[in-house]
Design a protein around this ligand. Sequence first.
Ligand code: CTP
Length: 414
Amino acid sequence: MLAGKRILLVIAGGIAAYKVLELIRRLKERGAGVVPILTPAAEEFVTPLTVGALAGEPVHRDLFDLTRESDIGHIRLSRDADLLVVAPATADLIARMASGFANDLATTALLATDKPVLIAPAMNPRMWDHPATRRNMARLVEDGVMVVGPGVGEMAERGEAGTGRMAEPMEILAAIEAAFSGEPALIGGPKPLSGRRMIITSGPTHEPIDPVRYLANRSSGRQGHAIAAAAARAGAEVTLVSGPVTIPDPAGVSVVPVESAADMLAAVEAALPADIAVMAAAVADWRVASASEKKLKKQASGAPPMLELVENPDILASIGRHHTLRPRLVVGFAAETNDLIENARSKLERKGADLIVANDVSPETGVMGGGDNTVRLVSAAGVEDWPKLSKDEVANRLVARIAELLPAPDGEGA
Ligand code: CTP
């Protein structure tokens, strides 16, 4: 979702500035371009050299740097970005933004932009609670500025606690993803899944043949990981049990890496109880009955090894039919190359799921490993066709649908 996006990152002078180094690393890992602006006060906390090296871009510091003024200019600097992020946003910078100041490079870029702005406030709790800061924050929110954090916690000053601590880098990352996913309301507004626990499986499983070889499939984990990220943005507390994948961990999610179907089942059971389960992993149906402890060698006779396969446990079915800890909403996938709806209906029934996300994975669709997905939602209520969407959009819609379908827990609601 962040690949190819350009983020103008304004770093102001606060102790939390060091945490922004981690944010830059995470953004780069996801393929985003990061153009840093450092305020003079920020340079007291992090060096332009470190920031520039991590971002892989020159650091902008001075409004009156004439070469850059003629070459790029502060207006272009902010217009070329897809999103402006201010982290940490200090009380002083927030005040100057709210009043429309343009007395340094950071405020000038923020005033000159026509792009969305996200701020991560960080300050002493008393400064955060001060009527002046509250007034400034209300103005910025009214101006359409998005806000992530601050959180509650111990401050750098000894013995001080309260609200004012900058959001963690992964939370800021989740907010940046939310800003790009067209659901910025989720950043500060009500979160439909807050307080809900969700277990998600994703990726392939690797079934060992011997210590160096395994059986696997083409799943990239992109759909399951996108659902985990969307669920976290919607406020859910997510445990993502993932088979071996090469994509980065989603922001704001606790990841349990596993290899085989047996490991995946154990990890899912250990993560119970949960309100919601979404089983998006492409679990291998079979494993080698007795994997060799030593590497198999070629035989002089030329005879290939005979691999006896046995069926793996069905993770979705064990959760969907769990006697004591069945989540209130269980969602499965059905990857099919033929008879999509018929097969999805039978999986819904057989595995005790409430909803099956059915998709055609014939090679010509490019779904396996690709960026898009065309899905059909199959439930007892019927079949719903969704248009071809990116896997991120499928994830957002699915999470919104899950929030609608989730029955109230016992004792809550009507
Ligand atoms: N699934 C699972 N554990 C398995 C096999 C599948 O949890 N051992 C889950 C998948 O995560 C998915 C759903 O079951 O949510 C359907 O997976 P799919 O591969 O389409 O179905 P299978 O049960 O493997 O049936 P078949 O391969 O015969 O179509």
